[in-house]
Design a protein around this ligand. Structure first.
Ligand code: TXA
Ligand code: MG
Length: 359
């Protein structure tokens, strides 16, 4: 292995962006993975913490490093659709149609698993989550390693997902063998998760591939807990085990102010005023259109309200910056937006200790 890579608390930082180093970085990463180690790598959504999906010991190392509850299963990343048959069986034609349309891309499909997939990957479930990521480094790594890679987001369990190699190191330096640095992730929020273990298929996590896009390609309706049209009672057994955990949360308590127009502005102002009156240092996250609303000691602009893609790409980084600034409470202005905007609001609602002004 090449020894000139910098080490951060014992974790190799494999920089892929610098003068022809990409091949060497990929080779080093692949060797670590083949030896049963863990490598964080960029995808188009967020950084994933990868290990050989077919090696239970390697996968155990992911759970250990992230301090992830053992009942929360992992997504297996593949280099191509053709590999799906090695991990999943009885793949419905509708799932193949979606995969052909959206892969490589931010769509995870939950399918009946094959015996070859170790139980630790799927938390003992009879299903496996698979996706082909649309990031050239991720795809090259999958091909170079020649392995399916189990990879949850490369953060400590419960923290905001990492969208840069620096975020990964903040959470996991010293706990993993390496991080492959490919710069910031273009999308910034995790993939859409669609389960074919339910009929009609169930949208378990919204992402860049929206319900409308899925239904259009399927030519059929899908169900979603967010729409309240789930046919089965899922309260006893959450369909995505991850749904029951508090997620994506910064250290400081996050208050989300929903709604629109002057009513939302008044709620935001009232909350900021009362938190400040209690002596709390607040961090305010707003859209460009509301920059002047309150003179918070720490103020971050997410994007324009009309630009949900930028809001998604910046979301987790801004939440981490708030923690770095040492604020006592984070107040976030919500917005109504389709597509990625829906995914942003889903993550904020899960991160919030309180949602104010929701209908
Ligand atoms: O964009 C993404 O999906 C990123 C990148 C790295 O690919 N990965 C990611 O993984 O967000 P993670 O582990 O943070 O989220 C995976 C979600 C969890 O909510 C988990 O419970 C659910 O997928 N999941 C995984 N396997 C499942 C299964 N067999 N059945 C139901 N839900 C499953
Ligand atoms: Mg995660």
């Amino acid at each position: 292995m090449d020894l000139k890579w910098p080490l951060v608390k014992g974790t190799l930082l494999l920089r892929a962006g610098e003068d022809g180093e990409e091949k060497k970085a990929l080779q080093a990463a692949a060797e670590i993975l083949q030896a049963g180690g863990r490598v964080a790598f960029p995808t188009e959504t967020v950084y994933g913490l990868g290990a050989n999906a077919l090696d239970p010991e390697a996968v155990r190392g992911i759970f250990r490093a992230k301090r992830r509850p053992a009942d929360n299963p992992l997504i297996v990343h593949l280099a191509a659709l053709e590999q799906a048959g090695e991990l999943a069986q009885n793949i419905p034609p509708a799932a193949v149609r979606l995969a052909k349309h959206f892969w490589p891309g931010p769509l995870t499909l939950i399918l009946p698993k094959r015996g070859a997939v170790p139980g630790i990957v799927t938390a003992g479930l009879p299903s496996v989550a698979v996706r082909v990521p649309a990031h050239s480094l991720a795809l090259k790594l999958l091909r170079t390693a020649g392995l399916p890679l189990a990879a949850p987001s490369a953060n400590l369990s419960g923290h905001p997902s990492p969208t840069t190699a620096e975020h990964v190191l903040e959470d996991l330096a010293g706990s993993i063998e390496a991080v492959l640095d490919g710069g910031p992730c273009p999308i910034g929020v995790e993939s859409t998760v669609l389960s074919f273990m339910f009929s009609p298929p169930a949208l378990l996590r919204p992402g860049g591939v929206t319900l409308e896009m899925l239904e259009e390609v399927l030519g059929a309706k899908i169900q979603s807990p967010d729409l309240g049209n789930f046919k089965t009672d899922y309260t006893a057994t959450p369909p995505a085990p991850g749904m029951k955990y508090r997620h994506y949360a910064p250290r400081a308590p996050l208050f989300l102010v929903e709604g629109a127009g002057p009513a939302q502005g008044r709620r935001l102002l009232a909350l900021c005023t009362s938190l400040t009156a209690r002596g709390l240092k607040i961090g305010l996250v707003v859209f460009a259109e509301s920059q002047g609303i309150f003179p918070a000691p720490v103020l971050k602009v997410l994007s324009s309200r009309r630009d949900p893609a930028t809001a998604a790409a910046r979301l987790y980084g801004v939440l981490r910056e708030m923690d770095a600034a040492g604020v006592d409470a984070i107040v976030v202005e919500g917005f109504e937006a389709a597509g990625l905007g829906g995914a942003v609001m889903n993550r904020l609602r899960k991160a919030a200790v309180q949602v104010i002004g929701a209908e």
